[in-house]
Design a protein around this ligand. Structure first.
Ligand code: AMP
Ligand code: MG
Length: 306
């Protein structure tokens, strides 16, 4: 899957060079040819290598044909695979969902599409869930700089450790969360999009915990990679919108990568995430991902503020 994520990330950058158009999905979220193409690449590999495994992925072919971009998607996929693929083949890969297997792959082919369109951060995210546990994850972050590398892939999981390597190639290097336990030095990450993040709540939390390391807004699951690599300590997803439930594909890869690096992830009440409820995390609201050392202080402040 590391090799598949590398190809998917390459596809995103190739489409970007053409000045990608943002199309609107049913719920108004933007989507691009790169979202569809990256999903085809990733699910094509899953369909071949692990055909039975269940797949929970963000995009579906209905949106591709609705916008009439199947030809463009097939061309982008052909470009990275280095061989011709038909529109039908690509549409079938996008809709591949496995065959009832007990292992589940959670796939967000292009997380942070708004960031991608703005020229900011985005991530290709693939997480593997076994028995309700995020056991392995790969995050391709073409615009993230970590450990002196520009454009990285961060991968790993509990029991495996977590590693960073340049998307352009090179050997993996082990990474770990920071040991910062002093709130005055802790750095907090949130969404760029105000509607995804509730800036007012986050500011209240920063004041309540006395988080003094600065607030950095970045798009996508790249936030998990940043905490895993020790360049930030706290990532919070508030629960401002009562209707919103977190999506499995926005977190599965990140949870595996962060726990493999020594971090911790719960919901905002401190409860473990239930990853067995399908695409939506219906049993949890809000989310807290930290280096571990900062976890309890943030949970206590949330409990006091609500
Ligand atoms: P971010 O990169 O932090 O802005 O998060 C991107 C993700 O936010 C998308 O992949 C969506 O699944 C998710 N999202 C969309 N609407 C909402 C919402 N109202 N509240 C929280 N997250 C959302
Ligand atoms: Mg997403």
């Amino acid at each position: 899957m590391r090799s598949a994520v590398r190809s998917a990330a390459r596809l995103c950058l190739a489409v970007e060079a053409d000045g990608p158009a943002g199309y609107s999905k049913d719920a108004g979220e933007p989507v691009t040819v790169a979202d569809f193409g990256a999903q085809a690449v990733l699910l094509g590999v899953l369909a071949t290598e692990y055909p039975r495994d269940t797949v929970i992925a963000e995009e579906d072919s209905r949106q591709v044909t609705r916008h009439g971009v199947e030809g463009e998607v097939a061309a982008a996929v052909s470009g990275v695979l280095g061989r011709g693929v038909s529109d039908d083949e690509v549409l079938a890969w996008i809709d591949h969902r496995g065959n009832g297997g007990l292992r589940t792959w959670a796939v967000d082919p292009l997380d942070g599409t708004r960031g991608y369109l703005r020229g900011d951060q985005f991530a290709v995210a693939v997480g593997l869930i076994v028995d309700g546990m995020a056991v392995a994850g790969v995050l391709g972050c073409p615009r993230l700089e970590l450990s002196g590398m520009q454009g990285v892939m961060v991968w790993g999981g509990p029991g495996m450790g977590t590693y960073v390597e340049a998307l352009a190639g090179g050997s993996p290097r082990r990474i770990a969360v920071s040991t910062v336990a002093d709130p005055g030095r802790a750095r907090i990450l949130g969404s760029v999009e105000p509607s995804h993040g509730d800036p007012e709540f986050l500011q209240g939390l920063i004041d309540g915990v006395g988080l003094g390391g600065g607030w950095v807004r970045i798009d996508s699951e790249a936030k998990y990679a940043a905490v895993a690599a020790g360049i930030a300590e706290v990532y919070v997803r508030p629960r401002n919108n009562p209707e919103w439930r977190e999506r499995l594909w926005d977190h599965a890869a990140g949870i595996a990568v962060l726990t493999g690096a020594g971090g911790r992830v719960t919901d905002l009440d401190g409860a473990p995430l239930d990853l067995t409820t399908g695409a939506m995390l219906t049993r949890n609201r809000g989310l807290l991902a930290t280096n571990g050392a900062m976890h309890q202080a943030v949970l206590s402040a949330v409990a006091e503020s609500t």
